[in-house]
Design a protein around this ligand. Structure first.
Ligand SMILES: [Zn+2]
Length: 373
């Protein structure tokens, strides 16, 4: 494949599945041009969207239950802004913070600041560290790309468990189209593929997995399509969401602090995205994140190019974080260097449930006209 970069955004052929039209515009920009206008609202529309959201959430609230919804709060921009909107419109979510042992101090401080002002209740789900460490080590040893699926999978599964325990029918989600679309499939793996996690761990793990929160893809698919797992509300898709504006509001309102990059609220995520992905997998997620911001007219293409030209890691931060991560995961320098220089291994070299989930998902979409999976 000859190298090519989109003329409108900064996505390039590091995404193996990208394609370009005759003008040199990539498939993500073409799709976004149609979809982004669906997420742009007048002030009146925003107000009415949030009112309808509030009505729907309150309608679903069960009597004698203190909360009307559940909200996963990481301290990052998206979930913090959902908390802000929920507070503004008078909802009362139970906030859940997921502690996988890697949260940055800034993220934890942000959560405290939000809780102090909103007075929402907060529960922290602390994962069993030795088990999680064993899973993360397994993924490194396996050489697969999506090490973060371990966290994402556990967050979903834990959130659903707590949702059920508290009998809450609404999940307030930070998912949003304008700043999250267009992440190449080849850079990630479906988060709910527990078969894949189990198979990788079986080969490389050393501890039995007893308490790691899990959910099969089949259960997830059924729950999501038939609303058995509560209704997912996406408040950020109901307003003119802009990262820049959201961060400014959060700073003014909560004295919220930025941690310097998408999902860098976790020390591990920063190390993974700004070092492991770039060095071993030749994938720079900043390309996709910044391209979203270009399409959402938050930054210019030149600004994005400049930011991409900055090194992803400050060298002294990298030395410090690498030492910390290796020690925490129990890898020697030599072991880790070998992992970094070994060739990447595709996830489907291991068992996966995608063989039956993909056709099922297609069936749901075509027969039941469900599109939310
Ligand atoms: Zn593009």
């Amino acid at each position: 494949m000859t190298y090519q970069e989109c003329v409108d955004c900064i996505m390039d052929t590091s995404d193996k599945s990208i394609n370009f039209n005759h003008k040199g515009i990539c498939n993500y920009c073409i799709e976004a041009k149609e979809k982004i206008p669906l997420y742009k609202f007048s002030e009146e529309e925003e107000k009415s969207n949030l009112l309808i959201l509030k009505d729907n959430v309150i309608k679903r609230k069960k009597k004698n239950i203190k909360y009307d919804s559940i909200l996963g709060l990481s301290g990052g921009v998206d979930s913090s802004y959902v908390a802000y909107l929920a507070y503004k419109i008078g909802l009362n979510p139970l906030c859940v913070h997921f502690d996988n042992g890697w949260n940055s101090e800034i993220a934890v401080k942000n959560i405290k600041k939000i809780i102090n002002i909103t007075k929402f209740d907060l529960t922290t789900y602390v994962i069993d560290w030795p088990e999680f460490r064993d899973l993360q080590r397994s993924f490194f040893k396996a050489g697969v790309i999506d090490i973060e699926m371990l966290t994402d999978h556990a967050i979903f599964a834990a959130l659903f468990k707590i949702r059920k325990e508290h009998k809450l029918d609404t999940v307030l989600s930070g998912t949003n189209y304008v700043t999250e679309h267009g992440l190449p499939f080849s850079w990630i793996w479906p988060k709910m593929d527990y078969t894949n996690i189990k198979s990788i761990h079986k080969k490389f793990g050393t501890l039995p997995i007893k308490s790691y929160p899990k959910m099969s893809n089949l259960k997830w698919l059924i729950m999501k399509n038939f609303n058995l797992g509560g209704i997912f509300e996406e408040p950020l898709n109901l307003v003119n969401y802009s990262k820049k504006e959201a961060m400014k509001t959060l700073k003014d309102f909560f004295d919220w602090e930025y941690y310097g990059g998408k999902h860098y609220e976790s020390v591990f995520t920063k190390f993974y995205q700004a070092y492991v992905l770039i060095e071993k997998f030749k994938v720079d997620k900043r390309r996709s994140h910044l391209s979203c911001l270009i399409r959402n007219e938050e930054i210019s293409r030149d600004e994005a190019k400049n930011e991409l030209n900055n090194s992803a890691y400050d060298i002294s931060d990298l030395i410090r974080d690498k030492k910390f991560v290796l020690k925490k995961l129990g890898f020697s320098e030599n072991e880790f260097e070998k992992i970094m220089s070994d060739d990447p291994v595709p996830h489907d070299e291991f068992k996966t449930d995608q063989i039956y989930i993909k056709p099922m998902s297609f069936l749901y979409k075509t027969i039941f006209k469900r599109t939310n999976y």
